[in-house]
Every structure is written in structure tokens, then in C-alpha cells.
Ligand binder design. Structure first.
Ligand code: 4AD
Ligand code: MG
Length: 477
């Protein structure tokens, strides 16, 4: 009898394993689906106000700022989608509501009605002629974040409130565009999203930065250590042998003892992997992705970039082709610029900054000395002491945003590499299987979302690029 490849044997005494349920068995009728869509209540937001010029609209939101000049009250209202000024005149409204306005405090939640007016002086182009005002909740008077300059530690302690500041709102909106651009790019290029585990039995990027825990398999056999994932790459390599091209996107963890402006303990990584793609093709995929991300942000986040006072001229120059430099060429260039980098050293953050300041496009930095890179990278056949890898360095001093490589696909070679790296083979047997059963040339890369957000937004430090940053000395809120 021919074997049904991959068919799951169903345990006879179990009914919790629904194999083979045909697609559509539980599908909704088109009518039901349409009705479900209707459950989202229609709502006018500040961002969608343009077609309502001349009309009366109701908005709900928070009092971002306000001032009064006796008979006129100016309220800066924010509703999540944007910010608009509402102008009330004492003589033209209910006096009880006017009194309520006089008692307003920062960040109170409110409901307003007013007539939409085009206003070219307003940064958003519109203003509301206030008609009614209703307090939803009068905020306490001690809102911790004021107009005065606060230090970064204070603001990070107040992160749950600081997120409401317009700069922080703008950064998270850009982050959202970058996430969506990434999904769109991969979906349009034949990649499927493949979710990789966070709890893992092995390390991907070396053992010095691993978060370790005791939980699994405790008991007779002594238990197995588990680690928080540093990258989903190794699992993606399994994914592509089924799907061809995959990407993941999720939090990863590095117990790095570095307190730099580029390091977080928990950050979001996107790994991508593709079968039958070699070193050059790998770089083409990365180039397309970065160009797409920057293009989408320029198109969708012009206002946010203005809020952040981001000079967009350098972003407009992010076009293919990027600069290509080998590690060897970079070392020569860096030494000429005054760096004391050794011939086979990894680049330090200062070296990266120095190098990126020489070009107005991102740099592919290729073919590092094998000894400074991970075990899975394939050697360059033309220079076997170097690997077929690349980092991408972002311009304007930002430095590494991507790390990637072609992978070693030969079983005996990768076993040798693992021995050189003092890695135990046993927990990697599943990974070695990928080289035993239908191995193919393949390549991939991973980006650090926060580093890309910091670069695109023009921020000095990655701590503002993630809603709740985790760093060596920061776990709250
Ligand atoms: O260069 P890395 O370590 O590469 C990998 O983990 C590969 N397994 C990826 C792959 O090939 N699929 O990390 C990838 C990127 C870096 O280029 C950087 O942008 C970011 O992750 N990154 C960090 N971002 C913030 N804080 C940290 N501590 C980071 N460490 C790496
Ligand atoms: Mg790296």
C-alpha cells in the first residue's frame, strides 16, 4: 500500500485531533459575513474629517492642550487618529458647558460637537467651530507630563502616559507603517508568514546572550534548559523546505550587557528565508524590502515625519542600487578615515557610523571573516576563510539594521562548523535533518524593527521606538 506522505495517524481513543476537516465546513455565508462587518460602528475621526467641511460632526477624544482668552476658548483635541483645534465662543454656547470648559484639565476625556472649517494655518488643514462640549472624565490635576523638558528616565517611568505625546504617537504610527510595508512586500513576493517559537532548546546567535529558564521536562531525566529565542532563523530554515519562502515577525530576546543607543533586551525581529536563493539574490530581496519600507513611510507618514522634524531629503535618496563593500574593502576605508580596526575584526558601532557617513545610501557590507560570524553561514568558495554574509548599514550614522547570509547546506560541513563552535549536536539533530533530506542552497536575513524605526524617524536612541522598552535597567512599566 502506498504511503500517504505526511498524513497524520489519528489516535483511535482521541477526538481532539480534527484532521482533514474540509475547508469551508465552518465558513460563514456571504450574508453573515456582511452583517458581521456592520458591527463596527461608523465613526468620524479627525483623520477622516476632510469630506465633512461645512458639516456638523461629533468627535470624542482627549484634551491635548488648551488656552483661553476670556471669551474664546481654544481646545487642542486629539482622538488617536490626529489632532484638531476646536474654537468655542462664550456668547455662542450653553453657559453650563462654557463653565465646564473653564474647569478643563490636560488629558481629560471629552466629547465635542462642532462645524468643520477649512483652515490653512492649521497643520492639519481644518478647525472645528465648537458648538457643544461634554466632559467624559475630568482628569486629575496632576498630569505628570508637562510642557517643561523632562529627562529620558522620567519619561520612560511615565511611558504609559508619554505614549500620548504627539512625538510618541508619530513614532508608533511610523512603526506601524513599517510593519505593514514588510507584510505587504513579502506577501507580494511569494513569502508566507511562518510563526517561529519563542521557547527554544538551543541558541541561534551564540550562547553569551541567552535568557535561560528551568521548566521543561523536570523530573526523572533531570530536565532540559529552555531559552528565549534570539531569532527564528533556524526554524524558518525548516519552514522553507515546505513553503519555499517564509518570514516571521515577533519579539526576540538578548541578554546583552550592552547599554548603547542601539540595544534593547527585548526587540522585534523580522527574519526572512528563501530556498534556492544564494548570496546575491538574498541581497536583492533585502534591497527591495528597505526601498519599499522607506517609500511607504514617505507616502503615508508625511505629517508624522514633520512632527518628528525629520529631514526627509536623505530618506528620498534611499533607492536601489545600494552601495556594496566587502569587509576587506571597508577595513581599508575605515583605516584611511582614522579607525584602528584590525583586518579580521568585526566592525564596532563607531566604525559603522563612520562608514555610513561616507555614503547617502544604505551599504551592503559583505564577506566577513568567518571567525566573527555564526556557525550556519556558508563559506565563500573563492575565499574560504570568509563567509557569504551581509549586514545592511543604514545611512546617516545609524549602522546595522540587517544581518543575513547564505546558509551552509552540506551536512558534513555544517557538522564540522558546529564542532568548531563547540555546539552540542544532539539538540540540533532536527536542524541537521534539513541537510539530510532534500537540502538546497538557501539564504535569509533578519532585521531589527526598532533600529529601522529609529533610522527612519531620525531618533538618537532605540528606546522610543517600541511601546514599552526593555533594557538592562528598565523593566517598568
Ligand atoms: O545580526 P543578528 O544577530 O542576526 C540574526 O539574528 C540572524 N539569525 C538573522 C537572520 O539571518 N535571520 O540580528 C539581526 C538584526 C540586527 O541587524 C539588528 O538590526 C537587530 O537584529 N538587533 C538588535 N536590535 C535591537 N537590540 C538588540 N540588542 C539587537 N541585536 C540585534
Ligand atoms: Mg548582526
Amino acid at each position: 500500500m502506498p504511503l500517504a506522505l505526511g498524513k497524520i495517524e489519528r489516535p483511535s481513543d482521541s477526538d481532539d485531533c480534527e484532521v482533514g476537516l474540509s475547508e469551508g465546513t465552518t465558513a460563514m455565508s456571504p450574508l453573515a459575513r456582511r452583517q458581521t462587518n456592520l458591527t463596527v460602528p461608523p465613526m468620524i475621526t479627525i483623520a477622516s474629517i476632510a469630506p465633512h467641511v461645512g458639516e456638523e460632526v461629533e468627535l470624542k477624544g482627549w484634551a491635548y492642550n488648551f488656552r483661553s482668552s476670556g471669551k474664546i476658548f481654544f481646545l487642542q483635541l486629539r482622538d488617536g487618529s490626529g489632532k484638531v483645534q476646536v474654537v468655542y465662543s462664550k456668547g455662542e454656547m450653553d453657559q453650563v458647558q462654557w463653565e465646564a470648559l473653564q474647569s478643563l484639565r490636560l488629558e481629560s476625556s471629552v466629547r465635542v460637537r462642532g462645524r468643520v472649517k477649512q483652515d490653512d494655518r492649521s497643520p492639519t488643514g481644518f478647525e472645528l467651530e465648537g458648538m457643544t462640549f461634554e466632559m467624559i472624565q475630568l482628569a486629575q490635576e496632576d498630569y505628570p507630563i508637562g510642557k517643561k523638558d523632562h529627562g529620558p528616565d522620567f519619561l520612560l517611568d511615565q511611558r504609559h502616559l508619554w505614549l500620548r505625546a504627539e512625538s510618541q504617537w508619530a513614532i508608533q504610527r511610523v512603526r506601524n507603517t513599517i510593519i505593514n510595508a514588510t507584510y505587504a512586500y513579502f506577501n507580494e513576493n511569494g513569502f508566507i508568514k511562518f510563526d517561529t517559537p519563542i521557547l527554544t532548546p538551543t541558541s541561534c546567535e551564540g550562547t553569551t546572550e541567552l535568557f535561560e529558564m528551568d521548566y521543561f521536562g523536570e523530573g526523572e531525566d533531570g530536565g532540559t534548559k529552555a531559552y528565549l529565542a534570539q531569532s527564528g532563523q533556524l526554524y524558518l530554515e525548516a519552514g522553507i523546505m515546505s513553503f519555499g519562502r517564509c518570514f516571521d515577525f515577533g519579539p526576540v530576546f538578548r541578554a546583552e550587557k550592552s547599554k548603547t543607543r542601539r540595544h534593547l533586551t527585548e526587540f522585534w525581529m523580522m527574519d526572512a528565508e528563501a530556498a534556492f536563493v544564494e548570496h546575491e539574490g538574498n541581497m536583492q530581496i533585502q534591497e527591495g524590502l528597505i526601498v519599499r519600507i522607506v517609500k511607504d513611510v514617505l507616502e503615508k507618514n508625511a505629517y508624522e515625519l514633520k512632527v518628528l522634524e525629520r529631514d526627509i531629503e536623505p530618506l528620498k535618496k534611499v533607492q536601489a542600487p545600494f552601495v556594496h563593500l566587502t569587509h576587506a574593502q571597508a577595513v581599508v576605508a575605515l583605516r584611511a578615515l582614522g579607525s584602528d580596526i584590525g583586518e579580521r575584526d568585526d566592525l564596532g558601532a563607531d566604525d559603522e557610523t563612520l562608514l555610513t557617513e561616507q555614503y547617502d545610501r544604505p551599504i551592503f557590507l559583505e564577506k566577513y571573516p568567518a571567525e566573527v560570524k555564526a556557525f550556519y553561514m556558508k563559506r565563500d568558495p573563492r575565499e574560504p576563510d570568509r563567509v557569504l554574509n551581509n549586514d545592511v548599514l543604514a545611512p546617516e550614522g545609524y549602522g546595522e539594521i540587517i544581518g543575513g547570509s547564505q546558509r551552509e547546506d552540506d551536512l558534513s560541513v555544517i557538522i564540522e562548523r558546529m564542532r568548531e563552535h563547540h555546539l552540542p549536536l544532539e539538540p540540533f539533530e532536527w536542524y541537521l535533518d534539513l541537510r539530510r533530506y532534500g537540502s538546497v542552497p538557501h539564504s535569509g536575513f533578519g532585521y531589527g524593527l526598532e533600529r529601522i524605526v529609529a533610522w527612519v524617524c531620525g531618533l538618537h536612541h532605540v528606546r522610543e521606538t517600541i511601546p514599552f522598552p526593555r533594557m538592562m535597567h528598565r523593566l517598568n512599566p
